[in-house]
Design a protein around this ligand. Structure first.
Ligand SMILES: Nc1ncnc2c1ncn2[C@@H]1O[C@H](COP(=O)(O)OP(=O)(O)OP(=O)(O)O)[C@@H](O)[C@H]1O
Ligand SMILES: [Mg+2]
Length: 393
């Protein structure tokens, strides 16, 4: 089995390294010169090591993203820096391996093989420990239209997953007009806004202090009280909060706003499952088609699960929707105006206030599918992982 290496840096430097790295046990799986594309390339190639050939701010940002979002791929930085401050900046991104830029090819190959072996062992022990971040699943509830049931699904999914003995946190990333607090009947005293004001780069302990606790056991990071405060939260902070909470929760449910911006992009990157919501009238389906095309360009297609929050009546059939959107419907959540509205008015999720309603039944089936461990994407991801290959050696 070969160690898969992805090269990140200028085309000329990467081509030079590609020649250097000719070895029976090493395979250069690609070259990335645009740092914004590195996560996508890692997903495509399942690279074990990312050899980073410069330390520009963009490259260091890419290293941090790899560390947070692709923890099974390991960045290795080549640098001529000897200055302590410069090295410190590299280490702060989560990089553990820094090598001198001018190494003999044989020495570089030997270092890369050594790093790979170390990392396989580290990931093996992480997988065997209870604090393994890989156990946690990030479920993004998204849709490109307002008022279609995203928050209803996100909140009730969180409660249902908690009822199944999972540790669950819901993040209200609809920063301007989020309503998770209202739906759960929680007061918005501490929100994400106060969290990032307290610490620009929130760590796990502080983030947990800003979570509100619902009686179902679900923890919630609520949206700011004033819409203008939402604009101050950066994509980097949104991403960091997800990463630090992964160690503590089995499920991180993200409720999102119907917009495609940098916050949505990091959520799509982090997500293990993307619950894509639509209604089934023509306007919603047209909108969903456009939205899905963009989501598919940004995320693995297998992660995307189409959920229709509407009654399928005679006019538009399930097969019509699947044809128009080029993917099967994963789950239908029936329309139930009375149960949905009264639940919001009570501040009590519908799966608790009207557990026997058809709406609750649909939500329960959705939770079962997500918690049943029957997701192709998770199986696929595992097959491509470093650890899987190691175990098969
Ligand atoms: N399955 C359903 N049947 C009937 N009404 C529903 C259903 N799901 C949600 N609703 C109602 O539709 C309204 C919008 O729901 P919700 O807030 O969940 O949508 P959203 O997509 O999150 O909206 P936004 O884009 O504004 O965040 C609410 O009044 C809710 O009670
Ligand atoms: Mg909403």
């Amino acid at each position: 089995m070969k160690v898969k290496v992805l090269l990140l840096g200028s085309e000329s430097e990467c081509q030079r390294l590609r020649i250097y790295l000719r070895d029976d046990e090493i395979s250069v799986v690609g070259i990335v010169s645009d740092e914004n594309r590195v996560l996508e390339e890692i997903s495509k190639t399942a690279a074990d090591l990312i050899l980073v050939t410069n330390t520009s701010p963009m490259s260091l940002r890419a290293c941090q993203q790899i560390y947070l979002l692709r923890p099974r791929s390991v960045p290795v930085v080549l640098t001529q820096e000897n200055d302590l401050d410069a090295l410190q900046k590299i280490i702060e991104t989560g990089v553990h391996y820094i090598l001198p830029a001018q190494m003999e090819p044989a020495a570089l190959i030997s270092e890369l093989k050594g790093i790979f072996t170390n990392e396989v062992n580290r990931i093996l022990s992480l997988e065997n420990s209870s604090a393994s971040p890989s156990k946690s699943k990030v479920v993004l509830v998204f849709g490109t239209k307002g008022g279609i049931g995203k928050s209803t699904v996100a909140v009730n999914l969180a409660v249902k997953l908690a009822q199944r003995q999972n540790r669950v946190v819901i993040l209200d990333y609809s920063f301007q007009f989020g309503c998770v607090g209202t739906m759960l009947g929680l007061s918005n005293r501490s929100t994400i806004s106060e969290l990032v004001q307290e610490q620009v780069s929130p760590n796990a302990d502080l983030t947990r202090q800003f979570l509100a606790l619902h009686s179902s056991g679900v923890s919630a990071l609520l949206a700011p009280n004033s819409p203008e405060d939402g604009a101050a939260i950066t994509a980097r902070q949104a991403e960091q909060i997800i990463s630090v909470l992964r160690v503590y929760y089995d499920y991180i449910i993200i409720d999102s706003a119907p917009v495609l911006n940098d916050i949505t992009t990091v959520c799509l990157d982090c997500a293990s499952v993307i619950v894509f919501i639509t209604k089934c009238d023509i306007a919603s389906l047209r909108n969903a088609k456009k939205g899905l095309a963009i989501v598919e360009a940004l995320a693995d297609s297998e992660k995307i699960k189409l959920v229709v929050c509407d009654d399928l009546n005679g006019q538009i059939r399930e097969s019509d929707i699947a044809r128009v959107l080029s993917r099967p419907i994963w789950q239908v959540i029936p329309h139930d105006y009375r149960a949905a509205t009264e639940a919001v008015n009570l501040g009590k999720p519908v799966v608790e206030s009207y557990p026997m309603s058809k709406l609750s039944k649909g939500l329960e089936q959705l939770a079962l599918k997500i918690d049943g461990g029957n997701l192709m994407d998770l199986k696929g991801a595992k097959k491509n992982s470093l650890i899987y290959k190691y175990k098969r050696r």
